[in-house]
Structures are given as structure tokens and as C-alpha cells.
Design a binder for this molecule. Structure first.
Ligand SMILES: [Mg+2]
Length: 248
């Protein structure tokens, strides 16, 4: 197999899986900011944010439609009759990003893996299902010293669709200027990250160690081309495929 690029999922793949308290996330950031002195109003906004969040997760899972953080905020604000401009802004955005920070650190094995891929003439790509912006994601990679190793990156907040929609993977292949049949996709979810890329002819590596919530899981009968129990296993898998092992 000729390998032109390896494209990676983000959460649970490049960043170790963390189970987060979704309600606390909204309560301690946007709801606390909008209603610092009104407990009941803050709780009501938190309920609306959780409902909006769940609605947009469902749109992605069932209809493969993408969403942005701004759309989740607008949806929640509409439900409680609040002007979105009263909720969003640089201060609350900073508090939201601080809340997330402990859950965003790049796995220390990413840098040596990406550096090795590039020495092999293989491009490095990223394709993430995310409501967050390109700038935010790239800021995380820059903070962790790996941004300069990314050849092409796609965030579904910029697309109309999310994984496993084939168009998301075709966009990722275009971003790394590679034929999908010469791309390997690495991710932690069978439906999004194995079924998805197989549809466009990518070879797939599953990292099966994320504790994915039941409401985010779609049952699917699909087999990855390889399983990696650790990011450090990827180099050996790629090397084997390039040498012809396991082709077909
Ligand atoms: Mg993931």
C-alpha cells in the first residue's frame, strides 16, 4: 500500500479520553456568567444549554449535520428568552476554555509519531467532529508544540456535515492533498472513525480505549483494518502496510 497521509481524530485519539461533566461545564461557565447572582435563572439556563447540547449531538449522530458552539448557545438562549449577546463574549469564552483546558492536552506520543511520519514522506492530517473553531483547536496544538507538524486539518464546525458522512473524509483528504485510497484514518469510535472512512476507501486503525457515553454510541457491524492499543503502535502498523503486510 502506498501511504500518502495519516489522518487523526482528536478527542480520545490525539488527546487522551476524559469523561467530562457536561452539566458542570455549562453551569460553571456560560450560566454562571449570565446569571452570577441568580441561582434559579442560572439553573434554568444550564438546563437549556444541556438540552441544546443534546439536540446538536443528536443532529450529528442521526443526521450527520454539524453544529457550532455559537449555534448551541443561540439555541439555549432562545429557549429561555435571552439575547445570545448577553451570554457570549471574550470573558465567558475564556472561562469556558479554562474549564476545558485540563481535557485538551495532546498525548506526549503525538509529537514523535508525527515527526516520524513526516520523515517517511507521509503527511499528517486531523479531522475532528467538533463544535469548536479552527483557531481554538490550532491554539491547543500550538500550545503543545505540534502545530507545525500538521499538513492539513479539518474541523466539522466549518463543514455542513460530521463524521461518519463521507464528505467529511473527502474534505480531510483534500486538506492533505492525498487520494483517499492512500490515506489511513486513526480514531477511537467504530461508527464515526472506522465505518466513516471505509466508505471512501481509507484504511482504518481503531484505538479502542475511550469510555464513550451510551447516548453518543451508534451500533455498527464494522471491522477496522488494524487495532492500536497505543499511539506508539501506529508507526509499526504503517510500516507493515507499506511493506505489503496485510494488504487486501
Ligand atoms: Mg474521538
Amino acid at each position: 500500500m502506498r501511504v500518502a497521509a495519516v489522518v487523526f481524530d482528536w478527542g480520545g485519539t490525539l488527546t487522551p479520553w476524559h469523561t467530562v461533566d457536561v452539566r458542570a461545564q455549562w453551569r460553571q461557565t456560560y450560566a454562571a456568567h449570565a446569571h452570577p447572582d441568580d441561582h434559579a435563572a442560572a439553573e434554568a439556563l444550564t438546563d437549556a444549554l444541556c438540552d441544546a447540547d443534546a439536540h446538536h449531538v443528536r443532529l450529528g449522530r442521526e443526521e450527520h449535520r454539524s453544529s457550532t458552539l455559537e449555534q448551541v448557545l443561540e439555541h439555549a438562549c432562545a429557549a429561555v428568552g435571552l439575547d445570545p449577546s448577553a451570554v457570549d463574549g471574550p470573558t465567558v469564552r475564556a472561562s469556558y476554555e479554562r474549564w476545558w483546558e485540563p481535557h485538551t492536552f495532546t498525548d506526549p506520543h503525538v509529537h514523535p509519531l508525527w515527526a516520524w511520519l513526516r520523515t517517511q514522506g507521509i503527511k499528517v492530517g486531523v479531522l475532528s467532529n467538533t463544535i469548536w473553531s479552527r483557531d481554538y483547536h490550532r491554539g491547543l496544538f500550538a500550545r503543545d508544540g505540534v502545530l507545525e507538524l500538521v499538513d492539513g486539518d479539518v474541523y466539522t464546525s466549518e463543514l455542513d456535515v460530521v463524521k461518519p458522512h463521507p464528505e467529511a473524509f473527502l474534505a480531510a483528504a483534500r486538506a492533505v492533498e492525498a487520494d483517499p485510497g492512500e490515506c489511513i484514518y486513526v480514531g477511537d469510535r467504530l461508527y464515526e472513525d472506522v465505518h466513516g472512512p471505509r466508505q471512501v476507501g481509507m484504511r482504518t486503525v481503531h484505538i479502542p480505549h475511550s469510555d464513550i457515553p451510551g447516548d453518543q454510541t451508534v451500533a455498527v457491524d464494522v471491522t477496522p483494518h488494524a487495532v492500536a492499543h497505543h499511539l506508539a503502535d501506529i508507526a509499526g502498523i504503517v510500516h507493515g502496510w507499506r511493506s505489503g503486510a496485510g494488504d487486501g
